[in-house]
Structures are given as structure tokens and as C-alpha cells.
Design a protein around this ligand. Structure first.
Ligand SMILES: Cc1cc2nc3c(=O)[nH]c(=O)nc-3n(C[C@H](O)[C@H](O)[C@H](O)COP(=O)(O)O)c2cc1C
Length: 377
């Protein structure tokens, strides 16, 4: 997938808008009737601006094939014809719809014609562009190179704004309303299909949605949810089922506050620079301390932790795996009371901590280097 391969865009944007934002929009269908996007809650959406006289118009065939294949599994394709690129979507919406059904047999919903850029831009597309800006054409491909050259000639800074660049730009929306990806028209449909499969599958989409979160709401996690998370943790695979871990789920808010006071005294300057600082555990209301035997058990502890982080994600919570606070807690004598309180048995050490809570930010995915993976066939 292009977005996994891309390591050039290292900027880590933090999107603060609620993931549910997409469902606040209302659009017009082909008959001019209002349709609330809330009607599509819980479905995976591929939103696309189309044109009937574009070199990319045959993509309708591939889009319809995707729709047929994944519709019952939860995919919706929302088609918005747009005449802003080379005036390649002329005519009325009725004419466009007739053309698309006659030539491409499309069954997915086709909405009224809209602008995607400029002063009359559809608020939906303004939102989509704000959530997923332009990340560049894939210039290693002929068509991407062509489009990049063409656009740059017209405006050398064309890539500096999030505007939709051409017909058949697509936005993928997760079942929970997150705008997970943007695809330029040159993106291979096979790559988009792989992402759709991820989003349709609850386990895969949970894996892909997890981010390290460092700002949380002031709302402790319910005990029942913490218990579920811990249960998922101890059900992780582990060598010979020896379960070489000790887990301490901290719900005591005063303990977190007290040890943070020690941290604040020792790191006054750093804390004063950190905006929105609530506590030393990346501001999370709850933490899970994972302990391992003094020798070994690291692999097992790691698997336990990932189970817990994914379980939290699936329960609508967010997490952050923390090594930094462990170094502080185990080296500062004034923090000893914390280690005593969590009751680490003889022969064990605090290995790492998982911050957990309700997220107050939606960080963008950090890039991953797909070239680390090779397939040996
Ligand atoms: C062993 C380990 C220790 C980490 N320690 C910290 C930490 O002390 N503070 C922090 O903010 N993030 C910490 N992280 C989170 C990583 O920075 C984060 O997982 C990584 O940047 C990838 O981002 P993502 O989790 O959002 O995909 C740690 C992660 C791991 C696995």
C-alpha cells in the first residue's frame, strides 16, 4: 500500500476533530433530496468525485466491481460527480446518471453534482480534505508523473494545499467515521481494495486504528472495561503457558497524582513546557503496569501488552505504551512508595506501563516502512 510505503511524509499531524464529524453532513441525492450521512453510520465508505469524460472514467467498472464484492460485507461507495477538472462532467445529474448506468451499470448511490474546491466547495469535501490532505502523486508511476508535471506547470506550489487535484480522488471512511485514507486517482484499485478489506474486518480495523495517544479526557475508565482488558492480556500466547508476568491495573487516582507530584518536582522545567500536562503517564487516568521476571519473560510481556492495547482500542479506549516513566520510577528514590503500593513480588521488575483512557486527540498514523517486510517465495 502506498501509504505504508511512504516514509517521506514524517510530519505527524494531530487531527482534533471528532471522528464522528462526517455524520453531521447532509448531501443532496440525484433528485435534490437531502440525505444525511448519518444514514451510513457503521458502514465503510469510499467517497469519490467522478467525471464522465475523463481518462479515469473507466474506473467506474472497478468501483462497481468493488461494490458488488463488498456491499453485503458493509461497503458503500458514494459518488459525487464534479465538473471542476477539465469540465469533464458536463450535463445534468440525470444525464450523468443515465450515462453511468448505461455504460458502467453502477448500482452505488450517485449524488448531485458538487464543487470539491473553491468558494462553492461542498462542506463534506472541505471536511474530507481537512482530515486527509494531499500527500503527492506517486511519481514512480507514469500517470502520477504526468499529473504532477501538469499541475506543477500551472502552479509550482500546487502540492502545498489539500485541494482535490483531479477526478476520481477517493476518501476511505472507517465504520466509526474516521477518514482513514485519501487516494489520488492514480492509486491502484488493488491497494484500495486491501485497505477496504482491513476496514471491513473488525480485528484488522482495530489493529490499524490503534495509535499512541498522549491526551485523555478527565474520565477514569470503568472497572469492568479494565477487567476485560486485563483478561485479554493474560490470554496472550506465552512460552509453555508459564505466564511469566505480573499485571497491576492502577485505578487509584490519588496514587497517580501523588507520584506525578514527585515527577513534577524532579522535572519542573519540562513539565512547564508541556501543554495540557495532567500527569506523568501521558495524561492518562489509568495505567497498567506490566512486570516481568528479573531474567526473561520480555517476549511474553510484550504479547500480553499488545493484546491489552488492542482490547482497549476495541472498547473505544486509547492507550500508550510507556518506557520513560519506568526509568523514572525505578531510579528516583522518592517514587519508591509507588512501586511498594503496586506490590511487585520478589524476583520481578517493572517492565513497562500502558497508559489507558478515553482519547482527547486523534493522532494521524505514524508512517511504517513496508520495505522491512520481504516475502520469501
Ligand atoms: C517499548 C515502548 C516504549 C515506549 N515508550 C514511550 C514513552 O516513554 N513515551 C511515549 O510517549 N511513547 C512511548 N512509546 C510509544 C511509541 O512512541 C509509539 O508506539 C511509536 O511512536 C509508534 O506510534 P503509534 O503507537 O501511534 O503507532 C513506547 C512504545 C514502546 C513499544
Amino acid at each position: 500500500m502506498k501509504h505504508l510505503l511512504t516514509i517521506a511524509f514524517l510530519a505527524i499531524a494531530v487531527v482534533s476533530t471528532s471522528a464522528q464529524g462526517i455524520y453531521n453532513f447532509t448531501v443532496k441525492d440525484g433528485n435534490g433530496k437531502d440525505v444525511s450521512l448519518a444514514d451510513y453510520k457503521g458502514r465503510v465508505l469510499l467517497i469519490v468525485n467522478t467525471a464522465t469524460r475523463c481518462g479515469f472514467t473507466p474506473q467506474y467498472t472497478e468501483l462497481e466491481a468493488l461494490y458488488k464484492k463488498y456491499r453485503t460485507a458493509g461497503l458503500e461507495i458514494l459518488d459525487f460527480p464534479c465538473n471542476q477538472f477539465g469540465e469533464q462532467a458536463p450535463g445534468t445529474i440525470e444525464e450523468i446518471h443515465q450515462f453511468c448506468t448505461a455504460n458502467y451499470d453502477i448500482e452505488f448511490p450517485q449524488f448531485d453534482k458538487i464543487d470539491v474546491n473553491g468558494p462553492e466547495a461542498s462542506p463534506l469535501f472541505t471536511y474530507l480534505k481537512q482530515q486527509q490532505g494531499f500527500k503527492g502523486f506517486d511519481t514512480s508511476e507514469q500517470m502520477g508523473k504526468l499529473l504532477d508535471g501538469m499541475m506543477r506547470k500551472r502552479d509550482p506550489d500546487y502540492d502545498k494545499n489539500p485541494d482535490v487535484k483531479w477526478n476520481f480522488t477517493k476518501f476511505l471512511v472507517a465504520r466509526d467515521g474516521r477518514i482513514v485514507e485519501r487516494y489520488e486517482p492514480t492509486e491502484k484499485i488493488a491497494n484500495i481494495e486491501a485497505d477496504i478489506q482491513m476496514e471491513l474486518n473488525p480485528v484488522l480495523s482495530t489493529i490499524m486504528a490503534r495509535r499512541s495517544v498522549r491526551h485523555y479526557l478527565d474520565k477514569p475508565v470503568e472497572h469492568e472495561k479494565l477487567a476485560l482488558i486485563a483478561r485479554c492480556g493474560i490470554n496472550a500466547p506465552n512460552g509453555m503457558n508459564r505466564q511469566p508476568w505480573i499485571v497491576r491495573v492502577v485505578e487509584d487516582q490519588k496514587l497517580i497524582a501523588d507520584v506525578t507530584d514527585v515527577y513534577k518536582r524532579a522535572n519542573a522545567e519540562q513539565v512547564s513546557r508541556e501543554s495540557g500536562f495532567k500527569n506523568m503517564f501521558r495524561n492518562a487516568p489509568n495505567i497498567i503496569c506490566v512486570c516481568s521476571p528479573n531474567q526473561g519473560g520480555d517476549l511474553d510481556a510484550g504479547l500480553l501488552g499488545e493484546n491489552m492495547m488492542l482490547a482497549a482500542q476495541a472498547l473505544g479506549l486509547s492507550t500508550c505504551c510507556l518506557g520513560g516513566p519506568v526509568r523514572f520510577l525505578t531510579s528516583n528514590p522518592d517514587a519508591r512508595f509507588f512501586l511498594d503500593r503496586i506490590n511487585i513480588p520478589e524476583g520481578y521488575r517493572l517492565n513497562y506501563i500502558i497508559a489507558v483512557g478515553y482519547p482527547d486527540e486523534q493522532p494521524a498514523a505514524r508512517p511504517r516502512d513496508a520495505s522491512k517486510v520481504e516475502f520469501v517465495k
